[in-house]
Write a protein that binds this ligand. Structure first.
Ligand code: SAH
Length: 248
């Protein structure tokens, strides 16, 4: 699948309509014509094979030929909560995590968080998630949540099958020791450039969020975020391994 288009509304009466930038891309950039076939995803896990019936610069309409759900998606729902990092680092970490298959991204405000998340920056993250979904042929769009503070995150930790925090001062457990492979949903928390305040880790721990170490080296927050997602996906069997072609 070399190109794919996004239609959050999905099909109506067996037809999908694309507008805005998606329609422009089909008509102007790719110069598709009536009768061409394209792939459209709804961002919720379903992809549609579509044959184009009408191609206009601002509106493209196609008939759905086939639909498939859950292809190329991890079986586990992983949420990454990452402290708002400075500059481009937040977007970079978000992009990599979205490509690696996370379901949700929570920008986190902690005591030592320096970065600020303006409305424009939040919107940019949404664009990053959309581009990541398309470029890596996912069918689920990573949901970018509004900024949450650590206390609120802790109060919601029980909503996940398991919640874990990467803590630079944890010396006992690695991710493989604490990860519950049977949990269907997982929250992974990573701190800011300046690390977590010890009190914050206590708050998380008492809300049931277990600490784990990433080993003896202090990683930069953005490196830690990607590492945490890679390791979790690998341990859960959702990364690496055989790439079996899917039956149409
Ligand atoms: N500057 C801090 C380190 C912050 S690292 C200090 O020197 O104390 C930023 C974040 O990445 C941390 O809050 C943690 O979530 C994660 N992290 C980095 N290295 C880690 C490690 N070895 N083990 C667990 N988490 C780590």
């Amino acid at each position: 699948m070399s190109e794919c288009y996004y239609s959050p509304a999905g099909p109506r009466d067996g037809r999908i309509t694309l507008g805005g930038a998606e329609a422009r891309h089909v008509s102007r950039v790719m110069r598709h014509q009536r009768g061409d076939k394209i792939v459209v995803v709804d961002g919720l896990g379903t992809e549609f094979d579509v044959v184009l019936e009408a191609v206009r610069p601002n509106e493209v309409v196609g008939r759905v030929l086939a639909a498939a759900t859950g292809r190329r998606e991890p079986r586990h729902s992983v949420t990454l909560a990452l402290a708002v990092l400075k500059g481009d680092k937040l977007a970079l970490a978000c992009e990599q995590a979205a490509e690696l298959g996370i379901s949700r991204f929570i920008p986190l405000k902690t005591e030592r968080t320096i970065g600020r998340l303006s409305a424009a920056r939040l919107e940019r993250l949404q664009g990053v998630a959309l581009a990541a979904m398309k470029s890596c042929t996912r069918t689920v769009l990573t949901v970018i949540e509004p900024v949450q503070d650590l206390a609120r995150l802790a109060s919601r930790a029980a909503e996940y099958g398991q919640a874990l925090v990467a803590y630079e001062d944890e010396y006992e457990s690695g991710l493989d020791n604490v990860l519950d492979r049977r949990a269907s949903s997982l929250l992974l928390v990573v701190g800011p450039e300046g690390g977590f305040a010890p009190d914050e880790v206590r708050v998380l721990n008492s809300a049931g969020v277990k600490s784990f170490s990433l080993g003896p080296r202090r990683l930069r927050a953005e490196t830690a975020a990607t590492t945490v997602v890679v390791s979790a996906m690998q341990l859960l069997g959702d990364l690496g391994g055989r790439n079996a072609p899917e039956q149409p």
